[in-house]
Design a protein around this ligand. Sequence first.
Ligand SMILES: NC(=O)c1ccc[n+]([C@@H]2O[C@H](COP(=O)([O-])OP(=O)(O)OC[C@H]3O[C@@H](n4cnc5c(N)ncnc54)[C@H](O)[C@@H]3O)[C@@H](O)[C@H]2O)c1
Length: 373
Amino acid sequence: MVAIEANSKIGVGVVGVGNIADLSLRGYLNDDRCKVVAVCDIDSAKAKNKAEQWGVEKVYSDLEKFLNDDSIDAVEILTPTFLHHDHVIASAESGKHISCQKPIATSITDAVKMTKSASKADVIFRINECFYHFPPLVKAKQAIKDGLIGTPQQIRVHTLVGQTDSEFQVGLDPDGYTWRFNQESPGGHIFDDMIHKIAISQWIVDQKIISLQATMRRQHTFFEPFVALLDYEDNNLLGILDAAYGHNLWMNSSYYGADEFVEIIGDEGFIWVTKCTGELLNLPPLSIYDGKEQNRSFMHFESIDSDWGAGFDHSAKHFLDAMSSGSSTAEMTPLDATNALQICFAIYKAATTHSSVDPRSISEKVISPGGYP
Ligand SMILES: NC(=O)c1ccc[n+]([C@@H]2O[C@H](COP(=O)([O-])OP(=O)(O)OC[C@H]3O[C@@H](n4cnc5c(N)ncnc54)[C@H](O)[C@@H]3O)[C@@H](O)[C@H]2O)c1
């Protein structure tokens, strides 16, 4: 693996300084083990502006020149999803370690090519999946692993999208939505956002989905109300994954107008996680019910950090941990991310064919039954 010299700071370069850049960078800017040395964006005014805000010295608008900069050991790729394939492969061929935003790519073929390219270059390649590092979900996963709720029987992952007037939401640049709303994107909200909840549905129980059924609609260009029924490799376990939209429903949030409710039911208890994005429900972010005969008690984790941004901070730290320790992998692995994309496409296929689909059988791109957004 490309080595980082001991005692030297890891040089981080950022490609794409759009809507998600501030949150994605905060963890790197606050960690002494690295220095953000360069930013790159085709919009040079935007790149210059962010570089000034973050105190970064070098500004590029050309990816090739940026990747030729030897002070960059690792790149954080924050460009539109349809560019991830080209940007990850170019970064791997330049010998940079790579953290790239979700979804990994717009097709399975592209995801496989990216993975092979990083493996050939012997660099770390991970997907920056903030929900994998969101403290209430991390603690819930550990509790399940520790057997606190017994054997998982059912997982229910609900998302409700509505309206909010948070500073973050109001400050989003509408240009960040053009590529989400055209043929560069194979689907709408399931591809763009529910891919996080798809990932959680497997990761939190450490179980693969082997078959699913789904039904969905398309609303307002981008939104894809859906319900998917999940069948896991463990015969005990079933799941439900869904998204609903309240176009006139307002909620409190410091970020997007959306919130999640994740419920994992075991044969000895259950876990609830909420407030993963917004602050909708008047519940603790994490509750664990221990239903063993002698216990029958709730543990409520009121003060666990449930700021959505915390997932990004811990994610940056995790990538730095991997590079500092010389580990060759970091979460989310490209294999996991490719599998999450297969599940997204399996939902589209199942909703089109009205039949069960094994996500592992998906080897290309599937367009949403609602068509391109
Ligand atoms: N983890 C999350 O919850 C989360 C949230 C939002 C976005 N994302 C992901 O982050 C990525 C970026 O999303 P966004 O909302 O910030 O998009 P955006 O459109 O706001 O930002 C993308 C930036 O990339 C720049 N860019 C485009 N082409 C480029 C090129 N060839 N070279 C260099 N820069 C280029 C654009 O000028 C823009 O500044 C997407 O993959 C998206 O799915 C993740």
